[in-house]
Ligand binder design. Structure first.
Ligand code: NAD
Length: 264
């Protein structure tokens, strides 16, 4: 441990279990000395998050469903009361009805479009606005996105549209808060087997395609994302904001399947 995050306190939103991307990030931050608070969505997930948080010496757990803005406000109030200030936040939250993560994007319903946008995109803006008030000495914010925001991925559908809006939010928030020394970035992760990832139809095929066709010929892990998150949340990236940083074994730079795949 080099203590890169020593003396820094932050909020991790989006741990559901030990496969969650947020968990990979939390572990990387804690290993460098960060002090962490966690939110969980509902008591059933809370029971899973509690022992995980304890592994990282945190007993600071707060319930939060971003569809209920009062619960977001309660989290901010609790952070203010216990810590006073905040150095970073991780927003690793996304949701869409899995019945619409298959078939045609055009079949997306108005209700699910709105819900997906509020949970997966607007919640980051609502949390960023509140967290910024606690970042009195600068800070760093991070959210998670996916390449289906800029290129069409089968079945990703409305989630791709929400991620495009989320990435635009990162740039606008970076501009809003840059002068206050608060940096806002996103990691665009390659497909990883998680609870949310499993909601996308044919997720297994996406993983196998990535493994065969990315320059590095492998999928990424939550540890890969955790290390990059550590960079974006620590002072190592002090000159970086508004960035969408790909952690996808280079898949985003490709324009056709690998010749290995074509020859099969
Ligand atoms: P996950 O299921 O482990 O995490 C998703 C989290 O979102 C869960 O903790 C869940 O409780 C939370 N959530 C959903 N609705 C919520 C609500 N209303 N209020 C509060 N929390 C809510 O899956 P994950 O793959 O670790 O997802 C984390 C983030 O990473 C998501 O934004 C996802 O879109 C993004 N991402 C995932 C992949 C992938 O392949 N798994 C790739 C790129 C980006």
């Amino acid at each position: 441990m080099t203590g890169l995050m020593h003396g820094k306190r932050g909020l991790i939103m989006g741990v559901a279990n030990s496969h969650s991307i947020a968990w990979g990030i939390a572990r990387a931050l804690a290993a460098e000395g960060a002090e962490l608070a966690f939110t969980y969505q509902g008591e059933a997930l809370g029971k899973r998050v509690k022992p995980l948080a304890a592994e990282l010496n945190s007993e600071f757990l707060l319930p939060c469903d971003v569809e209920d803005i009062a619960s977001v406000d309660a989290v901010i109030d609790a952070l203010k009361e216990k810590w006073g200030t905040l150095d970073f936040i991780v927003h690793a939250i996304g949701f869409s009805d899995k019945n619409e993560l298959k078939g045609l994007y055009a079949d997306t319903t108005r209700d699910n479009f709105s819900r997906t946008m509020v949970i997966s995109c607007f919640s980051f803006t609502e949390i960023a606005k509140r967290a910024a008030e606690l970042m009195t000495d600068g800070g760093a914010m991070l959210t998670l996105t996916y390449g289906g925001s800029v290129r069409v991925m089968p079945n990703y559908n409305v989630m791709g549209v929400a991620k495009a809006a989320l990435e635009a939010s990162v740039r606008y928030l970076a501009a809003d808060y840059g002068a206050r020394g608060i940096r806002v970035n996103a990691i665009s992760a390659g497909p990883i087997r998680t609870l949310a990832g499993a909601g996308i139809s044919d997720a297994r095929a996406m993983l196998s395609w990535q493994q065969k066709n990315s320059p590095m010929r492998r999928t990424v892990t939550i540890e890969d994302v955790g290390s990059s998150a550590l960079y974006l949340l620590s002072d190592l990236s002090r000159g970086v904001t508004g960035e969408i940083h790909y952690v996808d074994s280079g898949y985003n730079i490709t324009s056709m399947p690998t010749l290995d795949t074509l020859r099969k």
